[in-house]
Write a protein that binds this ligand. Sequence first.
Ligand SMILES: Nc1ncnc2c1ncn2[C@@H]1O[C@H](COP(=O)(O)OP(=O)(O)OP(=O)(O)O)[C@@H](O)[C@H]1O
Length: 662
Amino acid sequence: MSRATDESADHVPEPRTAPTAESVSPGEQETPPPPESGGEPQMRYVDLTGSREAAGRSIRLRDMARRLPQLVRRSLALAWQVDRPATIGLLLCQATAGVMQALGLVAISGTLTALLTSDDVYDRLLQAWPSVALLAGAAGARALLGITVSWLSSRLGPLMSREAEQQLLLGCAAVELCAYDDPEFNRAREAADRGAQVTGDLIDEGQDLIASAASFVAGALVLAGVNRLLLPLLIAASLPQALAQISAARVRYLANLRSNGDLRMLSVLRWHIYNRDAADQIRAGTMAPFLSGRYRETVARINREDRTAADKGARMSLVGALCGGLGSAVVWAAVVLLLAGGRISVGHAGTAVFALQMVGQSVRGLVAIGARAVRTGLYMDDWSDFLERAGGFRMHRGSHRPEPPRTIEVKAVTHRYAGKDRDALSDVSLTLRRGEVTALVGFNGSGKSTLSKLISGLNLPTAGEVLWDGKPVGEADPQDLWRQVALVPQDYAHWPLTVRENVNLGQPTARGDAAVREACEAAGADEVVDQLASGLDTLLAREWLNGEELSGGQWQRIALARAFFREAGLLVLDEPTANLDPRAEYRIFQRLRDLAQDRVVLLVTHRITNVAVADRIVVLDEGRIAQQGTYQELSQQVGMFQQLLSYQVTSDAAGEQTGART
Ligand SMILES: Nc1ncnc2c1ncn2[C@@H]1O[C@H](COP(=O)(O)OP(=O)(O)OP(=O)(O)O)[C@@H](O)[C@H]1O
């Protein structure tokens, strides 16, 4: 019935999520190792923290014995959650299979006794046939039960993994945005992802454990009935081999742990080599030999670790097998001695042979599957810990339901990102009003995007307050607050969805497509939609059948249409026209005034000449407000705004001159 293999116990699933700059956090980067073979020092990732080390350490006999019953309970509880009838079916099948095993042994004893005790062949067969029938019946029933168990397990396993995955996705959506800047959160999230992947394995492992335990109990009962000495003798004889198996599993697991950084590196390299995003740059930059070379070096390091572990594990298994062989010889000798001394009959001796084999096999099975189940359980701990605490970043905000804001007040706000040694914003105060367009300008890294995220409640400030109509954003229900936010971030998502869903974000209004078309028109995306064969139904994902790809500027128009579609009280546009042609850009800035009539509008831009559209301009410099005022006022004041303006005017003029020459 056991389908688990020892090799698969050493498989450590890799993170499935696309490796991002956030997921490869600085805290997880080792100081560069010494250059290998005289080359450049390589970036290596390490992840030798927390539960994974614990996993390695806890693959020991005592911990296993303590954890196995918990794991079986846990696997059944999860199975119960996703499919009750299948779980009940599994338990019934396992219990019946155990009984069938015991009956089989009793039948063997009966058959042997009948065959060996009478002189007449006909008599022997007559006496033996009920036991033979029982033996055949029990074997047939066990085979059927085995098939049923595999069928039910294969039904439950994927259900459990998908359920775990869904819970994880919901858990991730419920954390504060700042969590993604925290190395520990990213580690916990990846570990939880691995936990979700292996959740389905637990049902197989749980079933294999129950099956081994049932064989053990059935065999032990029969063996104890034959002679009380045999069972303890067999367990003592199996112990060295079991210990060797556990040690070999631990060695392989720890080797895998040591390779974890390299495995993550492989997944990052694979992601970049396989995917379309960087495909043009890999070609134009002739990077293929460099990347595949790094891939090969990383694989070679993993192979070296694997080989060392395999050799060490094999040596341990060999010693274990030798000890096991000796132990078995002692047990067989005991059976022979008992038989020779007349303390057991020939029939009982025959039964003992079968029972000894069964118990020996089940002890080995319990240990091998146990080692794997303990490790699966530790991965699952990562998953359940993450769900419980969401890596320590679960949103705990208030329940206030904000209306579309009339004023948004930023009061003495300071913000510092996790792991940073300086503030991104320091002591910033300003007020935004409905009906006004406020523009944020400043050099790269001056804190514009950070401030816009605080104003829209995506992040909460480290110090100070952001008040929507006098109420701190932290006291609002986040979902209700964000329903009032329409945001075009710098890096907007290219959702692999239809145009319609890309605009309404899966939240259509009663006006249906009319509202989508209106938003597209306002953003200049109507021209894009008109060119698409299936209009709003077009799937914006080239790699999928019938999908279409858009240009950078076309995508930006769709992103703007998203924001215009949303009936929200705050519109935040972070570099909304970076990819637009001058005509499209002009149209957007023309529309801003209309949009501001019934909402608060915040515009972040480097197009200084365009901010004349704003009622007020806030100039940020190294996280502080350097200047505030109208375009008229600031362009006449000596200061940073004039500086920014002069660069823009100079570069525009230079552009024009270059154009004139060509
Ligand atoms: N998620 C983050 N984690 C850590 N630091 C961050 C994060 N986002 C921004 N920073 C830092 O905060 C500072 C302000 O960044 P911000 O993105 O707000 O600047 P910006 O003015 O919008 O820049 P740009 O004009 O380049 O878009 C920078 O020093 C940046 O490195």
